[in-house]
Design a protein around this ligand. Structure first.
Ligand code: ZN
Length: 325
């Protein structure tokens, strides 16, 4: 069945066992389903990177999804020069490659420029072009390949809603699903690229979305949340000694949300690194978020989301719990 012609899709509402859900992902990613280009992998990454950006109905907008999608492919295609389809398919360049190349020449962007160096206006324009060129094929394809279980979508109103059973499943097994996706994606890229550009493929895929510059959050945290002391050790902060810290590590949550940010001193920031802080600090952060009207800054926040993110990080292997000395 060709799912890409569908304007809408509705996920099946039957009860799903873990086996069925694993089956849906392994089937979608395996070589047994047809790949004309790497977009299925990239779209799955866009959803995984946006997992904590959903609203209370588990809905994501196409702008959120294709913003990530554009970032991923800008970096893979223009920064790392990785082809996304074999030469004999769809002529020499795919429509996505063409879209990005057109934007590069329109704005006279130098070779090898990473996505994060684009201006806000450029990124906005590029995201919107990528969305309108890609939404037709990509959204329906992954919907079909995951056996109509993963999400519902509507191309006209431009939203995608994740099946609640699948949402819990994916959060619970996020790192494994991410690794499975990267592995199959790398295998695919290896096939369609020369051996030189295929060096460090897994790192290139993982780093196709990067954490943004967090300094812009610092002032909000200082002014609005009256953070003048290190969230962990309580030491007074000064201009040289202040870091914006992802409370639930970035490598797990992959998004920048004010409800997950705290200010910390140098020492704590370096020592905590990629670890979870002990549960006491989760309670502190939940308190802070309830004390200051966090919804003014992040409409997608709920205390449960933060608590779940903490617990899911733990069950995904972030099990060394850290506290300041
Ligand atoms: Zn500290």
């Amino acid at each position: 069945m060709n799912y890409s012609v569908y304007d809408k899709g509705q996920y099946r509402t039957t009860h799903l066992t873990e086996d069925t859900m694993w089956g849906a992902f392994s089937m979608a990613l395996s070589g047994r389903s047809r790949h004309v280009a790497s977009y299925k992998f990239g779209f799955l990454k866009s959803i995984l990177d946006n997992l904590y950006e959903v609203d209370e109905n588990l809905t994501l907008s196409f702008d959120q999804l294709f913003g990530k999608f554009a970032e991923i492919y800008w970096n893979l295609i223009l920064k790392y020069h990785l082809r996304q389809s074999p030469d004999n398919v769809e002529g020499n360049t795919t429509y996505l490659e063409q879209t990005l190349l057109e934007a590069k020449s329109k704005y006279m962007i130098p070779e090898d420029t990473p996505y994060e160096s684009l201006t806000y206006q450029m990124a906005l324009d590029i995201n919107s072009k990528v969305k309108s060129r890609c939404k037709n094929n990509v959204v329906g394809a992954l919907f079909g390949d995951t056996q109509e279980l993963f999400y519902s979508f509507d191309k006209k109103s431009e939203w995608l809603r994740i099946n609640p059973q699948m949402y819990t499943f994916v959060c619970k097994h996020k790192l494994v699903i991410e690794k499975l996706n990267y592995f199959e994606w790398a295998k695919y890229l290896e096939k369609v690229n020369s051996s030189r550009s295929s060096d460090h493929l897994l790192t290139k895929i993982d780093e196709s979305t990067l954490r943004s510059n967090l300094n812009r959050y610092r002032k909000i945290l200082e002014d609005e949340f009256e953070s003048h002391n290190c969230f962990y050790c309580g030491r007074k902060l000064n201009a040289q000694n202040t870091h914006v810290d992802h409370f639930v590590p970035w490598s797990f949550i992959k998004s920048d949300d004010i409800w997950n940010f705290v200010l910390s001193c140098n020492t704590c920031n370096i020592k905590k690194n990629d670890k979870l802080a002990e549960r006491y600090y989760l309670k502190e952060l939940l308190n802070r978020n309830s004390k200051y009207d966090i919804l003014r800054f992040a409409s997608n926040y709920s205390p449960k989301k933060l608590e779940d993110a903490y617990d899911w990080a733990k069950s995904n292997g972030y099990s060394t719990v850290w506290r300041p000395a």
